[in-house]
Design a protein around this ligand. Structure first.
Ligand code: SF4
Ligand code: SF4
Length: 380
């Protein structure tokens, strides 16, 4: 039976984190089961963009520091790697994200090596459905630990261990996959293919501060105070989803992962250990509007209602700082550089602009009057 360890943790003090994470790993057989001295261990963080740790958008640098120290203690070489979303002046912002998030500082202080996936070369992967280029360090490290953040997602509802591997695609190539896989189900197939190609040995989720609402960058901080650990990314996501009030089978982004047996998703077949024996519910956790809509109407009505309620991205010029991240990240070039008006005939509603705007200037708006009325009635 697949195990997910859930530990309580209410702060980012490194000494506390080391004790708590070690006690969680002990329940999976101890570090010795996974790590040997002299191994090169890659920590795949969530570095979605140039965000500070207090936003809960990125894996907290002290969380990464704690795991780095544990591994260094075991005489491992530690790499910290990711590729951020979006683009600044046509260049991926990963380098800046490492600085702003505090991860570069942690790496320097602890003797770890930063692996900016945009600059490390790629390995070509042929899956049955996709030809992919993934960052080379993923295939050079001896062991990979996935360090996702517990967050909601305005389009994909939830983002955790499985989704965190999207950052294995370097730089601006990510936009092409959004374009080729514009809906959650198709996008989920891309994620499943990446997860099958990358040999992750452990997943340790930073759910101490989580993001609720319109994540993965524009939501608000929720103090979930949990660390989740598992060898199985799908089981971990099934448990984390349950904690925030979602059944993983109700989220189409996981359809492909479930169909391709990426891991265990049936809660009754997952053994929860640590400080809990079942997934604890996170009280008053706010889900994105996209999910509330699914819960309020039956499936038969949903398709029709979705079209009425569709919230489209719209740029609020009052908040916009003209950084043009949205313009340069839009996979279909739907945003006018000068006016910031979105061409909805081109827009594929990937929500990248909403996800990547650091100034919360890309709002999700309903243009349709009937939709606005229904949304008020349904309170979504
Ligand atoms: S909407 Fe946001 S991302 Fe786009 S130009 Fe304005 S501030 Fe930058
Ligand atoms: S304008 Fe549309 S297609 Fe372009 S990034 Fe925003 S949501 Fe995606």
């Amino acid at each position: 039976m697949d195990k997910v360890i859930i530990k309580n943790c209410n702060n980012y003090k490194v000494e506390d984190l080391i004790v708590i994470i070690n006690s969680g790993i002990d329940l999976l057989g101890g570090w010795g089961k996974f790590i040997r001295p002299q191994m090169t261990v890659l920590l795949k963080v969530n570095l979605i963009g140039p965000k500070t740790p207090d936003t809960a958008a990125v894996t907290h640098p002290e969380f990464v520091r704690a795991i780095t120290r544990i591994l260094m203690e075991r005489r491992c070489k530690v790499w910290i790697g990711d590729s951020s979303g979006g683009a600044i002046a046509g260049i991926s912002p990963t380098g800046r994200s490492f600085v702003v998030s505090g991860l570069e500082k942690v790496a320097m202080e602890e003797g770890a090596i930063i692996k900016n996936f945009d600059r490390e070369g790629v390995v070509k992967i042929d899956t049955s459905a996709w030809e992919m280029y993934l960052a080379k360090p993923l295939f050079e490290a001896d062991f990979i630990i996935n360090l996702p953040k517990l967050k909601t997602h305005s389009a994909g509802i939830y983002t955790g261990a499985v989704k965190n591997l999207f950052g294995c695609i370097p730089g601006l190539r990510k936009a092409a996959y959004h374009k080729r896989a514009p809906n959650p189900k198709e996008f989920g197939a891309v994620l499943a293919a990446i997860n099958e190609s990358v040999n992750v040995g452990l997943n340790i989720m930073d759910g101490i501060t989580a993001m609720q609402g319109e994540g993965p960058t524009a939501g608000t901080v929720y103090h979930a105070e949990k660390i989740l650990i598992s060898t199985d990314p799908l089981a971990l996501d099934a448990v984390a989803s349950k904690m925030i009030g979602i059944n993983i089978e109700d989220n189409p982004i996981f359809d492909a992962a479930r169909e391709r047996n990426l891991g265990e998703w049936r809660i009754e077949h997952i053994k929860v250990e640590g400080d809990y024996c079942t997934p604890p519910k996170l009280p008053k956790f706010k889900l994105p509007r996209a999910f509330k809509l699914r819960k309020k109407v039956n499936y038969g009505l949903m398709v029709a209602v979705i079209n009425l309620l569709k919230a489209r991205p719209k740029i609020d010029k009052n908040n916009c700082k003209n950084c043009n991240i949205c313009v340069e990240s839009c996979p279909v070039c739907a945003i006018d550089r000068e006016t910031k008006i979105i061409n909805y005939d081109k827009c594929i509603e990937c929500m990248c602009c909403h996800e990547l705007c650091m100034y919360k200037a890309v709002k999700l708006k309903r243009e349709n009057y009937i939709g606005k009325m229904i949304s008020r009635l349904l309170k979504i």
